[in-house]
Write a protein that binds this ligand. Structure first.
Ligand code: HEM
Ligand SMILES: [Cu+2]
Length: 558
């Protein structure tokens, strides 16, 4: 038998209605202050944006199937990849895991009834939706062609598209991000249940906490940067225009001072998810828990000092370049520690390959490739060769899609029974996970090669010798798209026909598994008391208990 989790004495399961059945009107959703319902609101909006961004890039990949321009014009092409990048980065990657799973799980995992500021939480969602609406308005009005980075002088002087509306949209989304970060930090500090000390926090909570700190410290710089764009473009102030004493490279400094830390906003929550999933399906406590915590804090901290690695070819001093290069290698160390510790957790574990675990293992491999190629890019001579080529595109997609999106699906499957009270069909889910892994590699691995050979990014025509790699990439993207559509089908199916989950279908540790699935409005019938650390899968001196796949066998009605 495994020893389950934390509270002293089993908590009774509440007889209150679940958060889902506590009101069915539109108003009870759009005016809710329940962190779980807000998580669902985000799930709906973020999924919508994911598919919107996906449609744009589908057309991009169709265009790149042949070397000639035979589907869209150059202008349309620029707008399509910008739309893809803007939506995916600002409205999918950044809010996805923190705002859906962070919102849903943070209070549950620390034994709290809600976040610290429930109404601010709802406001964050409205800000996010407001920002997205402005951006979508810009699309309908004709689109933007600056790329997701809004580089000046292009965005301020030459682009005739809807930069202002898009910048305003991203600005609002930034406010949403700051409000969420403040809320999560306050929640973690103030609302932990008795006995839930800092070093008894699940790693997912630590990940959300570290992410929130980055959000609060970095996002204001993005806000200022966007205001400066507006000031130059709209009010005509000379800020980035060199002919009037401005400096376009200043824009890059400001932008990357936010956006490099932002890549950790995208990947730290994913690391938290992967820690929870691996430990559960290996039936072992996380190897080196304290190191995992310090590694996340280290990533969040050092991440602020490496922005210059995006600017090696922007004409910066070679000495500055050297230091940014060195620091980039330093920031890779804590990530490497984490990969090592996940591997050590798997070692001699009793592994079962349920869908969440397949996604988490996918994360592990793909994140490692993404991180290692980051080191290639951090070496100045290599970067000079592959800057602005498909090598870079492959690098960040390995981390952001292979890594974070895999972790997003791991989280979706792992906590689906908790969120909905239903089990998803395991065979379908495993099939989708495997298809996603193959489709992903098919799509992005050829891009390392074609980038290394010299194919630049953001071009809609290319020399015929690159076609074979682009055909592979586009074919892979079709597989990948199919794999992303599948969960939409079987998860929707499970809402109606899926078997009831019971409170803890995975035999997992962690407070969230101690309450009913789906949880009642107030989360716990009474405040839990915590007297052991997380991940007590394998009490000292005992061999790992075999995993009981109860969710597939006889029922586990709570
Ligand atoms: C951990 C998660 C990471 C994410 C999400 C990520 C994401 C990104 C993104 C989005 C870009 C492209 C920006 C653009 O549009 O131009 C990029 C470029 C780059 N990344 Fe990463 N990265 C990560 C890790 C790393 C690491 C660990 C390193 C090095 C230690 C690194 C080094 C670089 C460099 C040098 C570039 C600039 C390449 C160029 O434009 O020439 N990255 N990364
Ligand atoms: Cu960076």
């Amino acid at each position: 038998m495994t020893t389950i989790a934390a509270p002293s004495g089993d908590l009774p399961v509440s007889s209150e209605p679940s958060y889902l059945s506590a009101g069915y009107t539109l108003g009870s959703w759009l005016g809710t202050s329940d962190h779980k319902r807000i998580a669902i609101l985000y799930a709906i909006s973020v999924t919508l944006f994911f598919f919107l961004g996906g449609i744009a890039v589908t057309i991009v990949r169709v265009e790149l199937f042949t070397p000639e321009a035979d589907v869209v014009t150059a202008d349309t092409y620029n707008r399509l990849f910008t739309l893809h990048g803007v939506i995916m980065v600002w409205f999918f990657m950044i809010p996805s895991i923190p705002n859906i799973f962070g919102n849903f799980l943070l209070p549950l995992m620390i034994g709290a009834p809600d976040v610290a500021f429930p109404r601010l939480n709802l406001m964050s969602w409205y800000l996010n939706i407001g920002g997205a609406s402005l951006t979508i308005y810009a699309l309908i009005a004709g689109g933007v062609d600056t790329g997701w980075t809004f580089y000046t002088p292009f965005s301020t002087m030459f682009s005739n598209t809807h930069v202002l509306a898009t910048a305003a949209g991203v600005f609002l989304a930034g406010f949403s991000s700051i409000a969420t970060g403040v809320n999560f930090i306050a929640t973690t500090h103030m609302l932990r249940a008795p006995g839930m000390t800092w070093f008894r926090l699940p790693l997912f909570v630590w990940a959300i906490y570290a992410t929130s700190i980055v959000m609060v410290l970095a996002t204001p710089v993005l806000a200022i940067t966007l205001i400066l764009i507006v000031a130059e473009r709209w009010l005509g102030l000379p800020i980035f225009d060199p002919s009037r004493g401005g400096d376009p490279v200043l824009f890059q400094h400001l932008f990357w001072f936010y956006s490099h830390p932002a890549v950790y906003i995208m990947v730290l929550p994913a690391m938290g998810v992967v820690s929870e999933v691996i430990t559960c399906f290996a039936r072992r406590r996380v190897f080196g828990y304290t190191f995992m915590v310090y590694a996340m804090i280290g990533i969040a901290g050092i991440g602020f000092f490496v922005w210059g690695h995006h600017m090696f070819v922007a004409g910066m001093s070679p000495y500055a370049g050297l230091i940014f290069s060195f620091l980039s290698f330093v920031v890779a160390v804590p990530s490497a520690i984490k990969v090592f510790n996940w591997t050590a957790t798997l070692y001699r574990g009793q592994i079962s390959f349920d869908a969440p675990m397949l996604y988490a293992l996918g994360f592990l491999g793909l994140f490692t490739i993404g991180g290692l190629t980051g080191l290639f890019l951090a070496s100045i001579p290599v970067d000079v060769h592959v800057t602005d080529t498909y090598f870079v595109v492959a690098h960040f997609h390995y981390i952001m899609v292979g890594g974070t999106v895999s972790a997003f699906f791991a989280a979706l499957h792992f906590w689906w029974p908790k969120i909905t009270g239903r089990l998803y069909p395991e065979t379908w889910a495993r099939f989708a996970a495997i298809l996603m892994f193959f489709g992903f590699n098919f799509t992005f691995f050829p891009q390392f090669i074609v980038g290394y050979l010299g194919m630049p990014r953001r071009y809609h025509v290319y020399p015929p010798e690159f076609q074979v790699y682009n055909v592979l990439s586009s074919a892979g993207a079709v597989i990948l798209a199919a794999a992303y559509l599948m969960p939409l089908g079987y998860l929707a199916w499970s809402l109606v026909w899926g078997r009831r989950a019971g409170r803890n279908p995975w035999d997992a540790t962690g407070l969230e598994w101690q309450t009913a699935s789906p949880p009642p409005r107030e989360n716990f019938p009474r405040t839990p008391h915590v007297d052991v650390g997380p991940y007590d899968y394998h009490p000292e001196g005992m061999s790992p208990a075999p995993y009981q796949p109860r969710h597939r066998g006889q029922g586990d009605q709570a």
